[in-house]
Design a protein around this ligand. Sequence first.
Ligand code: AKG
Length: 354
Amino acid sequence: PLLDIVPDHYEDGVPVFTPTYAEFKDFYHFQRSINRFGMESGVVKVIPPHEWVESLGYTQELYESVRIRNPIVQQINMVQNGVFAQQNVERQRGYSLAQWKGLSEQANYQPPAERGGTRTGSTTKPPKLSLRDFHIDISQYTPERCLSLEKTYWRTLNYAEPMYGADTLGSVFNPKVSSWNVSNLPNILDLMDEKLPGVNDAYLYAGLWKATFAWHLEDQDLYSINYIHLGAPKQWYAIPQSSRAHFFEIMKDLYPDEYRHCHDFLRHKTFLVAPKYLEAHGVVVNKVVHRQGEFMITYPYGYHCGFNYGYNLAESVNFALDYWFEVAEKTTKCECIDDSVGINVTQLNMKWSW
Ligand code: AKG
């Protein structure tokens, strides 16, 4: 029987769960218990219990193992007010997490200073950092500050070129973490014969101010889970089921050439439309600020997008529940990109049913 787990509260349409350790510890059971809420809202937030947070056991070696290879420079062009198209260009170099944090202290990679405040100056970092040095002061990201930065983001999105260390293979979870370890979930995708990077292998996301994830659904309409290990929050936007069809109609109208070229154009993750624009056209947009130490879960059919408020490090992977097989039979896939993800659903279902 499923546990009767209900949201603690809603934040702008997004269910927020604050489970006890007993409710939380079995990942699979918890996910099945809350599935109906997420299928409706598109995304949910889970604030893990303190027992789990206290068991994470981060080490300096784990942070030092992060290698951000060829981060993407995001060139964002305005199509019309509130409507943007993004082009990603790889920067051909690698960064350690310490170097990435150093970048966040440069003027073009940080938000404008608060009135009366000062920017963090660029400092020469000692070659070795301690565990604490990888962190930043997150108390600056009050709800009011986030609201003001959110407005700045949409107003100035196309003025600078944010950089994002997205899709970096790796994990900073201590291998000893046995529940909710994003890099080691009990996952029916593990029954697959091959590893698909970022699908059944975890990815790290090293963020900076304005680093953006455009509107998209997950490959093959899978679920995804995203945990912020350290640093600034992420702003998320998500479309509830009730507005999904309407949202897609609007996106089709805004990007007709792209739609004609590929009906799954939103899987390209390069189209950005401000929530204000969508709301003005009658689409419901849920929104939530995702903070250090919190999980976001995304659901099949739940379009989502967002951006990072500053330097941070998150870890994410796709997963599936048994309910996903019904979804997978109907899923469509972008056919215009060679390496777009393809999972052999029939083969997986056979193994699962065994
Ligand atoms: C996900 O985790 O599903 C996302 O789309 C967010 C990716 C990111 O943090 O950039």
